[in-house]
Design a protein around this ligand. Structure first.
Ligand code: DGJ
Length: 519
């Protein structure tokens, strides 16, 4: 009997592991890095919840109709250290288990955000047993010795406690989600950055600052020589910030490494971007920022770097995270209800082979069903097999009017060479009064499907292809399971008698365009 039961159990285990989805992972595809889910490339059409929304299950349960109406496939939700480890070593995963169960019931994937030692520089999510024990878990200090309500990143004890809690979370995720993989990725900490000075001046930090600069930092910064941080980099905010970035990065690596040892999901860190012209400390210093990219990658190779983009110059910041081996992911884009969010998404996927886009405060979009984000995500969802197939191949471009930091919109037409063609994209719709057009909401992507054929998708863009190039055939349609369904042939007024391809600004659409040369 016992042998029979053992055999049945082994068979059940085998069956369940045969059914288990492969673990999400990052993989190269041409010169892009993709996220593989179930072994296949995946586009995160995401949205990040407000900080407190997923802290209670009844409250979370109320959000799903809106999240579904937005056509998201992934929700970014916090997991808070104080909630899962209220007493040292005693874990309570009730809330995260419930969030995962709710996500599954609504056919949604999750990216979890580990609100551990730091959330927006501060340490409010650390459990009380950490916060109340400043001896064991020292706080950061400013240059005048004033304590901050910020855990010192130089503390080995804090690093060990955070890593232990995170490893417990990841081991738990493996146990409850190792077959279904509802959770795709994990963000480690949240918007790390030192305030109000460029670096921590706690006793441990002061001692570390006098130690020789690690060889990996010299390599990452292209410096030669040896000595303390001040000896090598001089006495400056920049030197302080570099030290702090390395220290934060090593802390993150310890936490992420412990988590990945338990369950190796892709992990990333998110950056609160530095306001142009501000000195370190005037912005959260030493986070995973563009100017600290190399030192962060050297310090924390287990995570990739992702920008939270709340500034109007979205294209400027996103482009700086498109670097070899670093998947492009925007975990927080300025509020989900903002008019420019859909155009930013289309541009990001078209121009930077992004793995995902996720505006913040996603549950607060007014009238989610029928919102422009819902329409853009419906379009992107149907196009995703085509987009994914063309990532990393140099056959896809994104277009949207760039906006400067001060909000100035540059609606000048843009041109791109795609194969043998010059594609000119204008953002001013010829058939809509100019004062009725919101140019920041105009944008789209263009994919070269074949030598003479393009897919164009988006809103408020007009394409022309130069002298001697005609439109052989233009169809409006949609992809269903990767197959193009023609809804209409576009000609006559819809192509301005063959002069242009137009995606009107009052919706989100897709067209296939075949070109020819006339002489
Ligand atoms: C950025 C943070 O990462 C989020 O958690 C949230 O606090 C937003 N800022 C608020 O705008």
């Amino acid at each position: 009997m016992r042998i029979l039961i053992q055999t049945l159990c082994a068979a059940a285990l085998l069956a369940s592991s045969a059914l288990a989805e492969p673990i999400p992972r990052l993989a190269k595809h041409g010169d892009a890095t993709q996220l593989l889910v179930g072994g296949k490339p995946f586009l995160i059409l995401g949205g990040e919840l407000g900080n407190s929304t997923a802290s209670s299950l009844p409250n979370m349960e109320k959000q799903w109709p809106a999240l579904k109406a937005l056509n998201l496939n992934t929700v970014l939700a916090p997991v808070q250290w104080d909630q899962i480890e209220p007493v040292e070593g005693r874990f309570d995963f009730t809330v995260i288990d419930g969030v995962i169960a709710q996500a599954r019931a609504h056919d949604m994937r999750l990216v979890l955000l580990w609100f551990g030692s730091w959330k927006n520089s501060m340490s409010t999510y650390a459990p009380a047993w950490v916060k109340r024990d400043g001896q064991r878990f020292p706080l950061a200090r400013s240059p005048d010795g004033k304590t901050q309500e910020i855990l010192s990143p130089a503390s080995p004890a804090t690093m060990a406690a955070d890593a232990k809690a995170f490893a417990a979370l990841m081991a738990h995720l493996k146990a409850i989600d190792g077959d279904q993989r509802t959770v795709l990725m994990v963000q480690v900490e949240n918007e790390i950055g030192m305030l109000p000075s460029a670096r921590d001046h706690s006793a441990q930090a002061e001692a570390d600052f006098k130690k020789p600069v690690p060889a990996a930092v010299l390599k990452a910064t292209g410096k030669t020589g040896s000595g303390s941080w001040e000896q090598v980099f001089g006495k400056s905010d920049a030197a302080d910030e570099l030290y702090q970035a390395w220290t934060f990065g090593r802390f993150v690596e310890a936490v992420a490494g412990a988590g990945q040892k338990a369950y190796p999901l892709p992990m990333y860190v998110n950056a609160a971007l530095n306001k142009p012209g501000a000195a370190p400390g005037g912005y959260p210093s030493a986070g995973p920022l563009p100017h600290l990219y190399d030192v962060w990658r050297a310090a924390a190779p287990s995570v990739f770097l992702a920008p939270d983009i709340y500034y109007p110059d979205f294209t400027h910041w996103a482009a700086q995270y498109d670097r070899p081996g670093n998947p492009v992911f925007v975990p927080e884009a300025d509020r989900a209800g903002n008019a420019e969010a859909p155009a930013n998404a289309l541009w990001l996927f078209g121009q930077h082979d992004a793995i995902g886009f996720s505006p913040f405060s996603i549950e607060n979009v007014a009238a989610p069903a029928g919102s422009s984000l819902a329409k853009a995500y419906a379009l992107l969802g149907s196009l995703s097999p085509v987009i994914l197939a063309h990532q990393g191949q140099g056959k896809m471009r994104g277009f949207r009017p760039p906006v400067s930091f001060d909000g100035t919109v540059d609606e000048k037409p843009q041109t791109a060479t795609m194969g043998e063609w010059t594609v000119k994209v204008s953002f001013v719709d010829p058939w809509t009064p100019k004062d009725k057009q919101v140019f920041t909401a105009h944008g789209g992507l263009v994919i070269q499907l074949a030598a003479d054929e393009f897919l164009v998708a988006g809103s408020g863009i007009v394409l022309t292809f130069g002298e001697g190039v005609g439109l052989e055939k233009v169809t409006e349609g949609r992809y269903v399971d990767g197959q193009w369904i023609e809804d209409r042939w576009l000609n006559g007024d819809q192509t301005h008698q063959g002069r242009h391809v137009r995606l009107p600004p009052d919706g989100f659409g897709a067209q296939r365009v075949k070109l020819y040369r006339y002489r």
